[in-house]
Ligand binder design. Structure first.
Ligand SMILES: [Zn+2]
Length: 273
């Protein structure tokens, strides 16, 4: 499933294509949404943003298109009126004079009024967004040590959107490794110094992934691996998907475990705490 950084990049792509332009045509594939078509033709997109893994498209009419890709949904950009070659089912098409933004396969789609956004059942449950501009590592440190979260395992917290929204499975492995903490650890058993390190890594790796298109490995290692001719799939992660291979930091062999129903990758030497 795409995580916060991937969804935010999708929002940026849609904004570059259609933000600031009036819609010349609108299509909804789901019967329950078809009645909204008329109200959106002629509307202008004012903002495209994300909350956790939800994507929000704001219109100057006060309407907001909410969509969550879950496992299958995907946005494409095409020349106005044309469609990419895909067997997927078209669910939304927002067309301006030059471009179409097309959402395929997703089913969690609704049209809200701007004042309803905060009351949407998914958005209501979200914690602070890891990519929100005002968020500092101290805010994340505060979340880690707050009552609902301090006694829970990090492996559970880093999949829980009410802890910090936008995190997900690859970020969980990468952040815990970068901070040198074990997925089984709980914030209230860590030294304060370690909690701060974890909070900083949470913010830093999420932003790095957003800016780099999914690369969370540290810059020096990426540079070395690129020089050796490594492809993105080889240099992208420090531990995620690298079970059986040596840790870039210490040389020990990365292990794959299952925690909270999802795979997590750990260096047994770097993540003892
Ligand atoms: Zn290591």
């Amino acid at each position: 499933m795409p995580e916060g950084p991937e969804v935010r990049r999708e929002a940026d792509m849609i904004a570059r294509a259609i933000q600031g332009h009036a819609l010349t045509d609108v299509y909804f594939g789901l019967p329950r949404l078809k009645r909204h078509r008329k109200s959106l033709v002629g509307a202008t997109i004012t903002k495209v943003t994300t909350r956790g893994k939800a994507l929000l498209i704001f219109f100057d009419t006060g309407g907001v298109l909410y969509s969550h890709n879950q496992l299958y949904g995907r946005w494409y950009i095409a020349a106005a009126g044309s469609q990419p070659g895909t067997n997927r089912t078209l669910r939304v098409a927002l067309t301006t004079t030059s471009k179409s933004a097309l959402l395929y396969s997703a089913s969690d789609i609704s049209l809200l009024h701007a004042e309803e956004v905060e009351r949407h059942p998914y958005i209501m449950k979200l914690g602070p967004d890891v990519l929100s501009e005002g968020l500092s590592w101290r805010d994340i440190g505060h979340q880690l040590l707050s009552k609902p979260f301090a006694g829970r395992s990090l492996s559970a917290l880093y999949l829980d959107q009410s802890f910090v929204a936008g995190l997900g499975n690859y970020l969980r492995s990468e952040i815990l490794f970068a901070a040198g903490v074990n997925p089984k650890a709980r914030p209230n058993t860590l030294e304060r110094r370690k909690v701060n390190e974890l909070a900083r890594a949470t913010l830093m790796l999420s932003v790095r992934s957003y800016k780099s298109g999914g690369v969370t490995n540290d810059a020096a290692t990426v540079k070395t691996l690129k020089k050796l001719g490594a492809t993105k799939s080889r240099y992208r992660f420090a531990v995620f998907g690298r079970d059986g291979e040596p840790c870039y930091r210490c040389g020990d062999i990365i292990e794959r475990e299952t925690a909270n129903g999802r795979r997590v990758y750990v260096c047994p030497s770097c993540q003892r705490v």
